[in-house]
Design a protein around this ligand. Structure first.
Ligand SMILES: NC(=O)c1ccc[n+]([C@@H]2O[C@H](COP(=O)([O-])OP(=O)(O)OC[C@H]3O[C@@H](n4cnc5c(N)ncnc54)[C@H](OP(=O)(O)O)[C@@H]3O)[C@@H](O)[C@H]2O)c1
Length: 156
């Protein structure tokens, strides 16, 4: 199976790379700075010809386009793993840019990468796209942000 994993240089993405390699997949791993992704590139040694590391900034449309154009098909599984956390630590620290960035990386980018790989996904016939999300993105399960809202200091 040919698998594409975004945000593959660390965290869950890196573990997904390890898992897919261990079961014999060919993995195309995307990361913003592969030259600094020592743990990821070290995996190539034991997976020669099965692990391909690509430069991919999912928030950058031209990076995504270039990735899509350079990737051989078919792709049987695309895992949109790259994500950022929008930190709600203090209401006064928010300026909206953090939310825009989180929305771009966590939501828009998954669509953008999927569209860029449509030809390769179609070539697989029955390909799957997995989008990693989180409780942090839940509209219904949002009670954990309440302390931030109630911590807003009163004006004197
Ligand atoms: N950890 C959890 O408990 C948990 C729970 C539920 C869901 N998830 C979801 O699982 C996914 C991975 O989580 P994680 O815990 O492994 O997070 P993490 O350790 O913070 O890793 C995030 C990954 O996304 C990459 N990334 C961020 N912005 C990117 C961009 N613009 N282009 C390309 N890559 C980008 C990061 O690359 P850089 O190194 O370049 O920043 C990193 O590789 C996320 O989608 C998250 O929402 C995590």
């Amino acid at each position: 199976m040919n698998v594409v994993i975004t945000g593959a240089n660390r965290g869950i993405g890196l573990e997904l790379v390890r898992h897919c390699l261990s079961r014999g997949d060919v993995v195309h791993a995307g990361g913003r700075a592969p030259a600094q992704a020592a743990e990821l590139t070290a995996l190539i040694r034991n997976a020669v010809g099965r692990l391909h590391v690509h430069t991919l900034d999912v928030a950058n449309p031209s990076s995504v386009r270039a990735f899509g154009m350079g990737l051989p098909g078919p792709v049987h599984l695309l895992i949109n793993n790259a994500g950022v956390r929008s930190r709600p630590d203090a209401l006064s620290d928010r300026d909206g840019d953090d939310l825009t960035r989180a929305f771009q990386v966590n939501a828009v980018a998954a669509l953008r990468v999927t569209v860029a790989l449509l030809a390769q996904l179609r070539a697989a016939g029955g390909a799957k796209v997995a989008n990693l999300s989180s409780n942090l993105g839940s509209i219904a399960d949002n009670s954990w942000v309440a302390p931030t809202a109630t911590a807003c200091p009163r004006r004197r």
